[in-house]
Ligand binder design. Sequence first.
Ligand code: MG
Ligand code: MG
Length: 275
Amino acid sequence: MIYIRSNEEIEIIRSSALMVSATLTEVAKFLKPGITTLSIDKMAETFIRDNGGIPSFKGYHGFPFSLCISVNEVVVHGFPGAYELKDGDIISVDCGFYRDGYHGDSAYTFAIGNVKSEVLKLLKVTKESVYRGVAQAMENNRVGDISFAVENFTAKENGYGVVRELVGHGVGRQLHEDPQVPNFGKRGDGKKLRSGMVLAIEPMINLGTKDVYTLKDGWTVVTKDGKASAHFEHTTAVRKGNGEHLSSFAPIEAAEQVNSELNVSYYVPAPAVAS
Ligand code: MG
Ligand code: MG
């Protein structure tokens, strides 16, 4: 069942989605070499709860953390833990925020310090591909138009591997709703899009092969060739003439910019958050 949301509902989803963006902005300020991924998760959970939200992922099918944190060759669903970030890493942070009955869902991949230029290009192209997908999320298009736009730009134009085992999805009262939104496909295929549908568009793009496997923890998805993978995601409303992303990367990018301009280390820590 695919839901058509009222404008009132979409504004609540926007509010949750922007709180995901705010959480990822706190993450952007917090990141630096030497911190553990578990410390990021704890900071984010405190921020989410201090803002009246519930971390959507915690307990979802038994997922034990508030964030999915996926470093380098980890594609998605990585567990926060004792790993300490180091110069040259990339780190995908996926976050869900639930408040007033609706979820927001967004992800961003950060560069820690001096990252190889080929990996920085992967981040740039993957981020751009989200917007290519969002632009197709318009009334009377089909899901396949989004899928095609993402695949065409990432795989065909840039030669990257598009992950097939994991896909975008509807988002609203449930974290994952219909329809599935693959990052590969044909124009004109799939369900017809109606104004008021809300979709999480989330390309997972690999530097090398598209093939992935899941670790024994049952969650962590890793590239088969061990090369880097990037992940960006926007909660998106289907509209007439153009999709509208309800989450925003703008504050995250501003925080990244501030930290890089300080030129001390790439990132500066956020002020301590009381727990
Ligand atoms: Mg997500
Ligand atoms: Mg999602």
